[in-house]
Each structure stands twice: as C-alpha cells, then as structure tokens.
Design a protein around this ligand. Structure first.
Ligand code: EPZ
Length: 422
C-alpha cells in the first residue's frame, strides 16, 4: 500500500486550484437515470469514488464516458437494463444508495443493497425510506437489499425529515421530479451540493423551488430531458487547503474558492487569528506570525460548521495557544484521527462526541494510519508543521476525495512525496 511522507518545511506560498465537488458529483451522476437523454457534467473531480459511481451506473446499463482527462463525464441511461445495485459495488461507497430514488422514479422499481457499516457511524437509511414511502413506494428489506416498487408511479407528498439528512434530501428530491403532483420537503438539507443538484435538475426540465432553504417544493413532470452542467467547487477540498498555510504559516491563494461556500469555517479561522481575503480568482489565506488562538467548534448541517472539516480543523488546533473544544454533532464516531495526532505529540481528550484539544508548542513527525477520508488528510496537514517526517499509511482513503494532493501541496512549497507500496 502506498504511503505519503510529509516533512515539516516552513512557510507555504503560491496557489492551489480547487476541483469540482466530490459530494456534488456523486449525486449529479445518478441524476442521469432520470432521463433517457444524455447528461454531461463538466468540472468533474478525478477521484476513486467517481470511478466507483461510474462502475455502478455502468452495471445498471448506463453509459459513462470520461473525457478531457476525466474532467468531463458524458452520461446516458437511454438503455438501462438492470435495476439491481449490487452489494459488491455499494459496499465500496455508501453514496451508491443515491441511485434508489432516480431508478424508482424512472423504472417504478429498484433493488439496492444496503451499504452496511461505516467507520464514522451507523449511517442508516430510514429517512430515505420514510420519504420514498410517503410518495407511495413499497419498500422491503430482503437479504441485505432494499426492494422498492411503485407500481402506479410515485405521487407528490409533504415530507418532514426528523434530521436534515443530505443523502435523504437528494434521493427524495430526485424521485419527486417525476412524481405525479407536488412534493414539499420540510427540514430539508441546505448544503451547496443540494443547490447544485437542483440547478442541474432544473436544466433538465424539473420544476424545483426553495433549494438552499429548509423547505423545497417540487412540481413533478412527465419526463426530463438532457443537459450539460458544471459541478460546483469542492468546499471541503477548499477548506482543507485553506488550512495548509494556517498550520504551516505563509500565504496561499485557493483558486475557485468562494466565501459563501465556507462562511462558518472562515469565521472560525479568523477567530483563530488567520487572515482570509476574497480575491478575483478565489480566497487568499495567510498566517504571518504569532501562534494560532484556541477556538471552540461544533459541527452542524449547512450553513453550520461542516463535519467534513472537523478533522482538519483539529490538526490546526493541536498547536493553538490554549484549549479548544470540538463537538461532533453529525456522526457518532468521527474522532479516529485523534489517537493518530496524539502519536505526533498532540494532547487530546475524547469523551463521546466531544474532543478537548490542549494546544502544544510543536508536533513531531511519526508513522500514522489513515482511518477514513477526512482523517487521512488531517494527518498530512499536521505533518506540514511537524518536526521531522510523518509517514501516513492507508492513503487509499485519501484517493477517494482528493486529487493530486502531493502535486498541489508541493506546488506551494511543501516537502511531500508518495511512496508506492509493493
Ligand atoms: C453526506 O453524507 C456526505 N457524503 C458526507 O461526506 C457528509 O459528512 C454528510 O453528508 C454530512 O454533511 C456525500 O455527500 C456522498 P447525512 P450522507 O444523510 O448523505 C443520519 C465525506 O467525507 N441519518 O446528512 O450520508 C446519519 O447517520 C463524507 O465526503 C440517519 O439517521 O449524510 C448521520 O449521523 C463523509 N438516517 C446524519 O444523519 C438517514 O436515513 C447525517 O447523515 C440518513 C442519515
């Protein structure tokens, strides 16, 4: 297995281009199942998760052609001929469950494997099922698969989510575009990836209002047509690279970054003493001198502080002046990076969903293990300012959500390399 070796190398400077969003692309790709006309995505990220979604859609009979070095995905599900999303693919990536709503709406039936356990939490699908059943679907769990059917087609309904789930909102939103009548989603998720999905669906002829707010209204239509849609910027990749100069010092411009995508995160960075300025091309981040100040962080659904930046923020706060309290409110088991950071000399107490980080003067390089996608990149960020070498193993986690990490960080002066495993 490959490893990434990072050596603390002082301040960073330069620019980092930010790619299209993994979590937008993973819901935009299944939208192709809603129409028999082509859907083309531009600004697509080049990640292993996108390859897995391509594999899944191809297994259903859709065509997915990757163009322009993978940044354009030309898709067509004109000839879908299979309605079973197989466990062997779904177990590799939970977002595979986002084919359920579109297939049910288009074909009237779907069989989708339940994803099974995940490192960061139980992650059930009860809210997805609740929403689709409210639209008249009959869903049964058999042999680890959800068997869903809507013989008479889906019908509009008013659905209130007990939690603003991103995935449940996306699945039900896609299904509602072809349902008979009006669907109203209450306490819906407000993430930018949902707005991007709704924007794409509107360009396919869907009638959707209120995306980005907690109440989304969808007027069902008989069919959707083809479209071309640019994937929104990846706000989590953006936040991750904004933390690199915050941790190592220096100044870096993140090209394509937008404040509206990361406002609550930027509020915390500024509280910690980091400068963030909007430029014509993106967001510039600078930490000149002086130590980072301790700040408290609580993860929440958008527009609150994103859980997908919690691990990276913890890496910053390990060397803050003072004690920071991080509360993880979205996932029940998302502090597995803490013991690895502790191996690098950090001082962190984890009690349930709360991590108390006592700032230390300096971290020290050590061999550490990636446990999930965001944990893996937090270890690389910590290594940027640690004394000596940090060797991060199991970096396949990283490939799921970050393209060209070594090239991007090297480009701003980091000392980093990838060692191919045997
Ligand atoms: C999306 O996951 C993202 N993944 C996650 O990013 C992200 O952490 C999460 O939203 C929250 O922002 C993709 O978009 C592919 P949820 P999703 O449904 O849709 C509970 C990354 O690092 N819940 O909003 O699975 C669930 O257990 C990944 O890129 C139910 O209880 O998130 C969790 O505790 C990790 N029942 C909470 O809600 C349900 O039916 C949030 O889940 C659905 C969810």
């Amino acid at each position: 297995m490959d490893q990434i070796i990072v050596t603390g190398n002082g301040e960073l400077s330069g620019e980092i281009p930010i790619a299209g969003a993994k979590n937008a692309c993973l819901t935009l790709m299944p939208a192709t199942l809603l129409s028999d006309e082509p859907l083309t995505l531009t600004n697509a990220p080049r990640l292993s998760d996108i390859k897995t979604m391509t594999e899944l859609l191809s297994s259903l009979g859709a065509e997915v052609t990757s163009l322009q070095d993978g940044q354009v995905l030309a898709m067509s599900s004109h000839d879908i001929n299979n309605h079973v999303a197989d466990y062997d693919i779904v177990r590799k990536m939970r977002a595979s469950n986002l084919v359920l709503g579109p297939m049910l709406a288009r074909l009237g039936h779907a069989v989708v494997s339940l994803p099974g356990g995940c490192a960061i939490g139980a992650r059930p699908m009860d809210l997805h099922i609740h929403g689709l059943e409210a639209m008249g679907a009959e869903i049964e769990l058999k042999d680890g698969y959800l068997h869903a059917k809507a013989p008479g087609g889906l019908k509009g309904a008013t659905i209130e989510f007990s939690f603003a789930s991103v995935g449940a909102t996306e699945n039900v939103l896609m299904a509602a575009t072809l349902a008979k009548g009006t669907t109203v989603l209450k306490n819906a998720a407000r993430e930018p990836e949902i707005v991007d999905l709704a924007t794409c669906l509107r360009s396919m002829g869907a009638q959707i209002e209120g995306d980005g707010t907690s109440t989304i209204t969808i007027q069902g239509v008989d069919r959707l047509h083809g479209a071309t849609h640019p994937v929104v910027t990846d706000r989590i990749e953006l936040g991750t690279y904004m933390l690199a100069p915050a941790i190592a010092g220096g100044e870096v411009e993140c090209l394509g970054g937008k404040l509206s995508l990361v406002q609550s995160f930027v509020d915390k960075l500024e509280q910690a003493g980091v400068e963030v300025t909007e430029t014509e091309r993106g967001l510039k981040v600078a930490r000149r001198n002086g130590r980072i100040k301790a700040v408290d962080v609580t993860t929440e659904p958008f527009p609150g502080f994103p859980t997908d930046l919690q691990a990276q923020m913890m890496a910053l706060l390990c060397t803050a002046d003072g004690t920071s309290v991080l509360e993880e409110k979205i996932f029940e088991n998302r502090f597995m990076h803490a013991p690895e950071l502790t191996r690098m000399g950090a001082s962190i107490d984890v009690q349930g969903g709360t991590a108390t980080v006592h700032g230390v003067d300096q971290l020290k390089g050590a061999p550490v293990m990636a446990t999930d996608l965001r944990a893996s990149v937090s270890l690389i960020l910590a290594g940027l300012a640690a004394e000596g070498e940090t060797m991060v193993s199991r970096v396949y986690h990283l490939d799921r959500g970050y393209e060209h990490v070594v090239r991007k960080l090297e480009g701003v002066g980091a000392k980093i390399e990838r060692i191919k495993g045997s």
